[in-house]
Structures are given as C-alpha cells and as structure tokens.
Design a binder for this molecule. Structure first.
Ligand SMILES: C[C@@H](Nc1nc2c(c3cc(-c4cn[nH]c4)ccc13)C(=O)N=C/C2=C\CC1CC1)C(C)(C)C
Length: 321
C-alpha cells in the first residue's frame, strides 16, 4: 500500500451534518507532464506542472513490471526510505510525495533547472578554484548531512549532482544508497527491519560507477562513509582537471588503476587542491580524510559551511586555465 504523505484535505459532511476532513492524495491527473529531463536505468524523470498550484516539479516514473522483472524492488524501497530520511537539507533533492497507478510508481521531487553538474562542467571544460571551492563545499555539506543521518550514497558522481535555479547543488539518485541503522531508531539492531545492515546479495552485486568507485568496494565489497569521501576526491580533481583521475579504455582497466592508485595531476594543478585530493584518494579507508579534516584543509580556508554557505550567491562559472 502506497502511503505517500497526503497533500491536502477535503471536507465531508455526513447525514447528521457532522463534518470530517478526509486526507486527499494527489494522482497522475493532478499533473501536466512535460519533457523528459533525464533517464535512469529503471526510471524516467519528467518535467511536470501541478495543475492546481501551477508549481513545476520533477516527477520520477518507475514502471512496475520492469522493476519486478529486474528484481529491483529493494532498490525502489531503499530510494524512497532514503529520500524520506533526507528531508531538511538544501543540498539534497527533496521528495514531496509519491503515488501510483496500475502501471507505474511516481515520485514528485524538486525540479533542478540547472541540470546535471556534469553537463555544466562539459560546457566550461574545467572550473576555476573559486567555483571548485563553492561547489566542493556544497557537495561536502550535503555528504556531511547524509552521513549524519546514517546514509552512504555510494554512487556520487557529477551526473548525480544537480543544480537548482540558483545554481546551487542538489544531490540525487539514492537507489544505490546504504542505510546504516537510523541513529534515532530506539529499537535494538536485531529488530530493525532489513536495511539496517546490508543484505548480502545487494552488497555483493552493487558497485558504483567505475570512475568513482572506491578501492574497498572493489576488493572487500565493504562500503563506508569513507567511500563517499573517495568519490568526493575524484569530483574535486575532475572539476579542476576536466576529467576524472581514473579513466581507462575499459571498466576492468579503470578498476586496475584505482586499486593501484595509478593517477597523476596535470601540470599547473593548484597545489592546495592537489594536497586535498591526495588525502581523499588514499587506498586505506581508515587513513582517508574525513569530512571534518576536509573542512579544515587549506583548500577550504575561509570557506563557510552550514546555513551561510547555502545563502551565498553561486560564483559565475569560469574555466581553470
Ligand atoms: C540523475 C538523474 N537526472 C535527473 N534527475 C533529476 C532531475 C533532473 C533534471 C535535469 C534537468 C533539468 N533541467 N534541465 C535538465 C536533468 C537531469 C535530472 C530533477 O530536476 N529533479 C530530480 C531528479 C532526480 C531525482 C530522483 C532520483 C530521485 C537521472 C539521470 C538518474 C534521471
């Protein structure tokens, strides 16, 4: 039963004139669907307008029979539970409500009119230090919030970093997230349903996108918050260099470079950024920088985090030359 939050109430008067307020759920008919914004492996994201309020949203549509055939029901539940846990942070795409009809599931989410960070990066080629600091800080702030809510993204990459109309960051695509025990959940671990740990077949089968996957995910299948820090290091490198640190002709060769830490910096790569990347791209997750270390690193000297950061005006995008 789909219990997405009811989004309105309707008055009902019974025979004796007693008035009751009934929750009303939105449905497909309440939206006018527009163009396709993006296509995931099991979903399509459309631009859609709420016909009552005329507000624009992104609506992610998942086809039920495709999900069942591909045995992805677990991923769908993980994504919904994750999005429902990550509600009050400006750097995370927000899920407003969900509903379904006989063929599909619908998630109504923030519209990010700036599109994917990857697309913007491809246009400018590279980001200069000021832009890399701003976008790096917003991505780090969102990672910090996710981890504080017991969620590991596991597939962070420039395609999953979206931009809203103020060109601020909105992290998305949580179908492959790992939900640690919810720190607020008072029940003892054995009583927490399913996702507190990681069910084996999901752990064994899942690996993120080749260029950003951490070495520990390739060697002993274990993902931790440090896996998101590895991806963060790859993203900082890519913003300044215009390409990811580990990229080879095939996925297998890319994995080889990762586990052997085989990468180098282009000439002229800024030294503070280089030092930061080198402390994120550490093979041993226990030796890798944490969010706290990164916030204190000279590359982010003077950079505000938290509420102030999200009030800042996004810098004009300039390439690093
Ligand atoms: C990464 C994702 N692409 C996208 N996902 C979302 C978009 C989105 C918007 C544009 C866009 C907007 N204007 N121009 C382009 C391009 C790609 C988008 C959005 O606005 N709101 C929520 C989204 C996703 C939320 C859902 C995962 C929970 C894939 C490729 C997986 C479909």
């Amino acid at each position: 039963k789909d219990r997405g939050a009811a989004v309105g109430v309707r008055r009902e008067v019974d025979a004796d004139g007693r008035v009751t307020m009934k929750p009303v759920k939105k449905g497909v008919r309440d939206f006018t669907f527009g163009r396709i914004l993006g296509e995931g492996s099991y979903s399509t994201v459309y631009l859609a307008t709420d016909r009552q309020t005329l507000r624009e949203y992104a609506v992610k549509v998942l086809e039920k029979k495709h999900i069942i055939k591909e045995k992805k029901i677990k991923y769908v539940n993980i994504e919904k539970n994750t999005l429902n846990r990550l509600t009050e942070h400006p750097g995370i795409v927000r899920l407003y409500y969900t509903f379904q009809d006989e063929t599909s599931l619908y998630y109504v989410l923030d519209l990010c009119t700036g599109g994917e960070l990857l697309g913007v990066l491809k246009k400018t080629g590279t980001f200069d230090v000021e832009c890399t600091r701003f976008y790096g800080a917003q991505i780090l702030d969102a990672i910090d919030y996710m981890h504080s809510r017991g969620i590991i993204h596991r597939d962070l990459k420039p395609e999953n970093v979206l931009l809203d109309e103020q060109m601020h960051v909105k992290i998305t695509d949580f179908g492959t997230a790992k939900l640690l025990r919810d720190p607020r959940d008072p029940r003892p671990p054995e009583e927490t349903p399913g996702q507190s740990g990681e069910d084996d077949e999901r752990a064994a089968s899942f690996v993120g996108t080749a260029e950003y996957v951490s070495p520990e995910l390739l060697t002993d299948k274990s993902a931790s918050t440090a896996s998101d820090i590895w991806a963060f290091g790859c993203i900082i490198y890519q913003l300044l260099a215009g390409r990811p640190p580990f990229k080879a002709g095939t996925e297998y060769l890319t994995f080889q470079k990762i586990v052997k830490l085989e990468y180098e910096f282009p000439h002229g790569f800024p030294s503070a950024a280089r030092d930061l990347v080198e402390r994120c791209l550490v093979l041993d997750p226990a030796q890798r920088f944490t969010v706290e270390h990164i916030k204190k690193h000279e590359f982010f000297a003077g950079q505000m985090f938290g509420k102030e950061l999200w009030r800042m005006k996004a810098p004009r995008l300039r390439p690093y030359v």
